[in-house]
Design a protein around this ligand. Structure first.
Ligand code: SF4
Length: 388
């Protein structure tokens, strides 16, 4: 059977955070069940019987604004309708302030085996700037409850480069987060997107972002501090704990689902604004509830855009995503798909980047150095623009 990474998008949140430009909005309870029904219908319409679920990721939004029983029903519906690989990673995103111990126990019993908690910062002052609904103490309580209920794979999402955040603040957040002993950490730099309230605050001078040098120092703090706390960087922004020798785990705590994206594997996204890529076909769903409900009620796919990627686009994307990984693009997978080596695809463009210390040559591939990760967009543009 063909492995498929399955993503389900739950667009509802308690309220909109100041920096958020995801497809999410404050949810009305009367929409919850119709949305879940529509999601199940979309699953039945689009699932291919030759596929098996290799990983399931329920993200948002804030999936945990839905009741635990509704989420359990969703997971069970999928599991009864499609084969799921033994030991498949099943993740749900949870925001502190929206989960309780009983709900966590129900999710675990239904087969959810990874919890991704939106922590963002260890400082209440900064959480308020972001418009988060929770405090740092509520993050701590959520992690403790998840552990007590038996979750053995917990990830925390953090954001650095916040308005009013200093390097010392960020180092404090890293120390606070690692003291909670999650199994995985995602540390993304804040992107201030046009149209968000935070964008207006920065433009009006009521919010002040750290200088570029300070934000770079925060990224470097991730790469320097987290390994000393037991977390290995495996992607530019992602760090995973290695299993201890006495643990019965044949793998580690890297996010399997996201590794499919970075490895250019196929994925099916269901729900509002969800994106799917299967072979060279990519499509994105409509982004409003009305359009989504209408399409599914009429028996049609809720697709807003479809594109067919050219072979060169696919090749450039495989390299671009692969360079996000600490180990670089996979040379065997690249050769198997394109019949050429990574060296042949990149040509002489690697030389100045190697000489400048932005790239490192590894066996049959290249990887970004830490310095290269700091300016990854510029490096990847230099490397890949001729392929596009
Ligand atoms: S909880 Fe997440 S998805 Fe919801 S508004 Fe905040 S950042 Fe956006």
């Amino acid at each position: 059977m063909k492995p498929m990474a399955l993503y389900l998008h739950i667009p509802f949140c308690r309220r909109k955070c100041s920096y958020c430009d995801f497809c999410s909005f404050p949810g009305h309870e009367e929409d919850f069940l119709p949305y879940l029904d529509a999601l199940k219908r979309e699953f039945r319409q689009s699932w291919n019987p030759e596929w098996e679920i290799a990983s399931l990721y329920i993200g948002g939004g804030t999936p945990t604004v839905l009741s635990p029983s509704a989420l359990v029903d969703l997971v069970q519906t999928l599991k009864s309708a499609a084969p799921i690989r033994l030991g498949a990673e099943v993740t749900i995103e949870a925001n502190p302030g929206t989960v309780r111990a009983e709900g966590l126990a129900q999710l675990l019993a239904a087969g959810v085996n990874r919890l991704s908690i939106g922590a963002q910062s260890g400082q209440d002052r900064l959480l308020q700037v972001l418009g988060r609904i929770h405090t740092a103490a509520e993050v701590e309580a959520t992690v403790a409850a998840a552990r007590r209920e038996g979750f053995t794979n917990i990830s925390l999402d953090l954001i650095y480069g916040l308005p009013g955040e200093s390097l010392a603040d960020w180092e404090q957040t890293l120390a606070w987060a690692t003291a909670l002993q999650p199994d995985h950490l995602s540390c993304y730099g804040l992107q201030v997107e046009a149209g968000t309230p935070l964008f207006g605050m920065v433009r009006d001078g009521t919010a002040h972002l750290p200088e570029e040098d300070e934000a770079s120092a925060m990224f470097l703090a991730n790469t320097q501090f987290l390994p000393t706390a037991g977390y290995q960087q495996y992607e530019i922004s992602n760090f995973a704990r290695l299993p201890s020798a006495d643990q019965d785990r044949s793998d580690d705590y890297r996010c399997r689902h996201n590794l499919t994206y970075w490895g250019s594997g196929d994925y099916l996204g269901l729900g509002l604004a969800a994106c799917s890529t299967v072979a060279d076909r990519r499509w994105t769903n409509v982004a409003t509830l009305t359009a989504y409900f209408q399409a599914l009620a009429g028996g049609t796919a809720p697709t807003a855009e479809v594109e067919t990627l050219t072979p060169r686009q696919c090749m450039a994307e495989m390299l671009m995503l692969g360079f996000r990984l600490r180990t670089g693009p996979d040379p065997a997978a690249f050769r198997a798909r394109w019949g050429m080596t990574i060296d042949e695809a990149l040509g002489g463009r690697v030389e100045p980047l190697l000489a400048g210390g932005f790239l490192h040559k590894a066996a049959d591939t290249y990887r970004l150095t830490t310095q290269g990760m700091l300016v990854s967009n510029a490096v990847l543009t230099r490397l890949l623009a001729p392929l596009l």
